[in-house]
Design a protein around this ligand. Structure first.
Ligand code: 5GP
Ligand code: ZN
Length: 137
């Protein structure tokens, strides 16, 4: 498969690895938004987060806090963002699930656009019901 991140996991493309176990691989982003900006990926190829198995999801959940702690300790960053894009429309450029860990500093200028809107009358309730139906709660 022609996937950059699968090639990185296989060692066919070099990367600055920071963590690896049976399920997870983590390495520094080649175009960092800040020092220590890293990516955490499942070794198995999936495009979307929701395509991962429960086991892979749990492994990601275990790895993220551990790697985040190491990054903010090493860089002395007072905070960080976890960012995870799904689909081209959401800004996903590489089609292999990945979590960004982005260390933040005071006034680092890394603002994310966040333009909240208001639901029109009853729409939130309708959406809540549709989602819960999918989750069969
Ligand atoms: P996305 O926009 O898909 O969420 O982010 C993809 C990220 O992968 C970008 O931040 C980009 O800099 C990073 N990236 C793309 N190609 C490579 C590569 O070959 N090596 C590394 N280390 N990072 C990469
Ligand atoms: Zn892949």
């Amino acid at each position: 498969m022609d996937c950059i991140f699968c090639k990185i996991v296989a060692g066919k493309i070099p990367s600055l690895k920071i963590f690896e176990n049976d399920h997870i691989f983590s390495f520094l982003d080649i175009g960092p938004l800040s020092d220590g900006h890293a990516l955490v990926i499942p070794k198995k190829h999936h495009k979307f987060l929701h395509e991962m198995s429960e086991e892979e999801s749990a492994e990601i959940g275990r790895a993220l806090p551990k790697i985040s702690k190491a990054i903010i300790t090493a860089t002395a960053a007072p905070g960080y963002n976890i960012l995870q894009n799904n689909g081209n429309v959401a800004g996903q450029l590489v089609g292999h699930v990945h979590f960004h860990i982005i260390p933040r500093e005071e006034e680092d200028g890394l603002g994310f656009r966040w333009n909240p809107k208001l639901y029109p009358e009853n729409k939130a309730k309708l959406i809540q019901e549709m989602i819960m139906k999918e989750l069969k709660l």
